[in-house]
Write a protein that binds this ligand. Structure first.
Ligand code: ADP
Ligand code: ASP
Ligand code: MG
Length: 815
């Protein structure tokens, strides 16, 4: 025989009750199952609210009406008109009783725990009366059972303790004489010796099912709910949480104790003692096998079973010399708290015994404080104990699993995932059983923390990178295209998912916590975006507080740079193709790197030099592996390369520049390329990466333009000046040609000095053969002495630059 318990959502609407009936049709065979039902979804909370309202003299009539309507609507939907009256009458009687009780509370402005339990009991009673009547259409032997009479408890209202022996006898006797019936038993409610209604604690219907299961030696205790069993994490927090096929009782207990609401922790005890498996199943996905909690649950290959969390917790810290070496201090503290029914969720003690931190529900915090002040009055007065303070706004995150016991490195993985994402840990506790490690952290960080830890432990799942992108010009646009094309490959081969969470250009910005569809982003930004505000964009990005976050700067603007530090300090990685930040003051360049290191995030800027070519990375690898850079020689302006490579025959210089501009090889303002500034920035960044603390003024630039061109006030002027100075350029061209040489604008780093000069090189020079808009860089190092290490290829263009940014993003995902 099986026990089938249906939770609030499974009896929450006409539709779900129909689904429940279908399940019963399959389950009723030779032996009838026993059905345990909760109150309709949300009703217990509403009852509680009404009780509190009545106590404080507020109105509760609307809520009462709401509950009534909720039930009546279901009855009208699921019972033919002729069969409705008896059940409507029965419920009406309940609602009248309830109203009388609430009226008394209202009059007296007094709400005892006993009265509260009585009020709450109507939730389960109404739902069971209602559903048992509806069931009679299919199962004539359906009867309503007031479970409160059969589960006997002490008088601890709100969280009563079960008298197991008496309860089991009562249940067995009752069952013996009702075997032929289909029983609908109220969950959650019980009664004390005097017959007063008590309750088993919030979520207690699960426990009712286990109590019945144990009393009757059921084959299975089935918990029907609205999710596919126990998942690796709360699905409301972690979208990627997945269902666990099997758990041991202890694992299920630990997960639920630390917040996995899907099953009430005490449920496990009766089932464990009688070795009855508990199955958690989904009423709305009947064929899914769900989760089995049982003896000999199969060991899984995953290092942890699940992550759970308690949303709101307060901590109290007790410290002082009076505690050191005083045997019995913690005994006194915790027996006081337990005597006064303050539930201590977690305890940590420093090894010096100088302080104890413990966590309680926020509603218990002030009570605990008052109790401690009284109990330790003398110690506090003598200053042997510091006056404890309550700290609110905290949460607990716990990782749970039996495998943790045998696997080293679990806590390392936990803490590094939290650290990398900038989550500050307030306290740590590891259960001595090693079935769980729990940490206390700020509530604002909880969602990010659970997601980061989930990603860290279930690495065979896809890791998600959440990216926020500035700039929708050529590079930004191309990056989105590449991302979209590459998604399936990444998911398959890299276990990586890249989600664009925010995008902004200079006019509009749009952020969406569900991610932005890359097929429609342009329209969405235009139509749903807000007016662009970079500070606000960054603020919202930070407020989303997501794990594995990357800020991508695809602009060439000064504005974003001022935010880099703040972003890095918020544990968000930065990927940028914008050279301005790294080539401004040296101190700022260093500050970016330090901030990234300190906060465990990445600062990648491969595309600052040579677009997608692996230049920065190569230099870094050389240095990290202990090589010494003797000199670097480079042509790093794709624009200038193109111009010189095409400045041939009878073509004029300004014509070639115009052509380069028309082909998109120049910055919007070609002066930015030709004045050598862009090249200077790249050389400066390279020199800094090679270990030299240089500033812009330290780079000696030999201009390739006559002074008049440099002084031009506008682009049009600039072209005019080049045309006027055509003879200057002609001379250069002819002189080079005469000597079988070509013109090259070459940057050099040697002995810590950087220069950029216009040179004429012959075919013995490695840069002679450069074609198109290619970049070339040659490193001479201790290891590459005889022949340099050369990187060469296209060093400009949206396609290759976006690809470089893309690679940087993927590299963030690899850490
Ligand atoms: P019922 O009304 O059926 O008793 P509950 O609301 O008490 O249902 O519990 C089910 C809910 O528990 C789910 O809807 C889910 O949001 C939440 N939950 C939290 N943690 C977990 C977890 N680890 N696995 C499954 N569900 C979880
Ligand atoms: N209805 C009760 C509650 O909401 C018991 C339960 O749902 O298990 O806490
Ligand atoms: Mg529940």
């Amino acid at each position: 025989m099986n026990i089938l318990k249906f939770g609030g959502t499974s009896v929450g609407s006409a539709q779900s009750i129909s689904a429940l009936m279908d399940i019963l049709k399959k389950e009723t065979g030779v032996e009838n199952p026993i059905v345990v039902l909760s109150a309709m979804g949300g009703v217990t909370n509403t009852l509680l609210l009404m009780a509190e309202n009545a106590r404080s003299g507020a109105d509760y009539a609307d809520q009462l009406k709401e509950i009534e309507t909720k039930h009546f609507e279901v009855i009208r939907a699921l019972l033919p008109a002729g069969a409705q009256n008896p059940v409507l009458t029965k419920l009406k009687i309940y609602f009248n009783e309830l109203e009388d009780i609430l009226q008394s509370v209202y009059t007296l402005r007094e709400l005892s725990l006993q009265t509260k339990d009585l009020i709450l009991s109507y939730g389960e009673r109404c739902s069971n009366v209602m559903v048992s009547h509806i069931a009679r259409q299919y199962f004539a032997n359906s009867v309503y059972v007031d479970g409160a009479e059969l589960i006997k408890t002490d008088g601890n209202f709100g969280q009563a303790k079960v008298n197991t022996q008496l309860t089991e006898t009562l249940i067995r006797d009752f069952y013996e004489s009702n075997k032929d019936k289909l029983l609908f038993v109220t969950g959650f409610i019980s009664s004390n010796e005097d017959g007063r209604v008590t309750t088993l604690g919030r979520g207690g219907s699960d426990y009712t099912a286990a109590i019945w299961g144990a009393a009757l030696n059921a084959e299975e205790i089935q918990i029907w709910t609205d999710v596919d069993g126990m998942l690796t994490a709360d699905p409301r927090i972690v979208k990627k949480a997945f269902s666990l096929p099997e758990l041991s009782y202890i694992e299920a207990m630990e997960l639920s104790y630390f917040g996995a609401k899907v099953i009430y922790p005490p449920t496990m005890t009766p089932a464990f003692l009688k070795k009855i498996p508990i199955v958690i199943k989904n009423t709305f996905n009947v064929d899914f096998p769900g989760t089995y909690i049982k003896h000999g649950a199969q060991a899984s290959s995953l290092p942890i079973k699940g992550i759970s969390s308690i949303d709101e917790i307060s901590i109290l810290n007790l410290s002082g010399s009076g505690m050191v070496g005083k045997a019995g201090f913690s005994g006194r503290l915790f027996s006081l708290l337990s005597r006064e029914q303050v539930n201590v969720v977690l305890i940590t003690q420093s090894s010096s015994e100088h302080s104890i931190t413990f966590a309680v529900k926020p509603t218990d915090a002030l009570k605990a404080l008052a109790l401690i002040s009284k109990e330790f009055e003398l110690e506090l007065q003598a200053r042997k104990l510091e006056y404890p303070e309550v700290e609110n706004g905290l949460s607990i995150l716990a990782i749970v699993g039996e495998n943790m016991k045998r696997t080293p490195g679990i806590s390392g993985r936990l803490f590094s995932a939290l650290g990398r994402n900038g989550v500050n840990i307030r306290a740590i506790a590891q259960g001595s059983s090693e079935y769980n490690i729990s940490v206390i952290l700020s509530r604002a960080d909880l969602s990010k923390a659970v997601n980061a830890v989930h990603d860290a432990f279930y690495s065979d799942l896809k890791k998600t990178l959440n990216i926020f992108c500035l700039g929708t010009g050529n590079i930004g646009k191309t990056l989105f295209q590449q991302l979209q094309n590459q998604m399936p490959f990444l998911a398959k081969n890299n276990d990586l998912q890249v989600k664009v969470m925010g995008v902004s250009n200079t006019r509009k910005m749009y952020l969406n916590p569900d991610g932005i569809d890359l097929t429609t982003w342009e329209n969405v930004l235009e139509e749903q975006g807000d007016k662009a505000d970079l500070g606000e964009f960054i603020k919202q990005m930070k407020n989303m507080n997501l794990a594995n976050c990357v800020f991508v700067d695809n602009t060439a603007s000064h504005n974003p740079i001022q935010f880099y530090l703040d972003v890095l300090q918020s544990s968000i990685s930065v990927v940028t193709c914008n050279k301005i930040g790294n080539s401004a003051e040296y101190d700022q360049y260093v500050a970016f790197k330090e901030a990234a290191r300190k906060h465990g995030v990445e600062f990648y800027y491969e595309t600052n030099v040579g677009a997608g070519l692996p230049i920065i990375r190569t230099l870094k690898d050389l240095m990290l592996s202990g090589d010494r850079i003797a000199s670097i020689e480079a042509i790093l302006s794709g624009t200038i390369s193109y111009i010189f490579n095409n400045f041939k025959g009878d073509r004029l210089f300004h014509e070639v520049v115009k052509e380069a501009q028309d082909l998109g090889y120049t910055e919007p303002d070609p002066r930015d390329d030709l004045n050598g500034k862009d090249f200077m920035r790249k050389m400066l960044i390279l020199a800094r990466d090679a270990g030299y603390a240089l500033e812009e003024k330290d780079v000696a630039i030999e201009s390739m333009l006559p002074a008049a061109c440099l002084a031009a006030n506008s682009v049009a002027d600039f072209y005019q000046e080049m045309e006027k100075n055509a003879a200057h350029f002609e001379n250069l061209k002819q002189e080079a040609a005469k000597n079988n040489k070509v013109l090259r604008y070459i940057g050099k780093l040697e002995d810590g000095k950087v220069s950029i000069t216009l040179q004429m090189v012959d075919d013995s020079h490695p840069f002679y053969m450069l074609s198109g808009s290619d970049n070339i860089i040659s490193f001479i190092t201790d290891r590459y002495k005889e022949r340099p290490l050369v990187v060469k290829g296209p060093g400009a263009g949206a396609e290759v630059t976006a690809a470089g940014v893309f690679a940087d993003i993927i590299n963030v995902g690899k850490r």
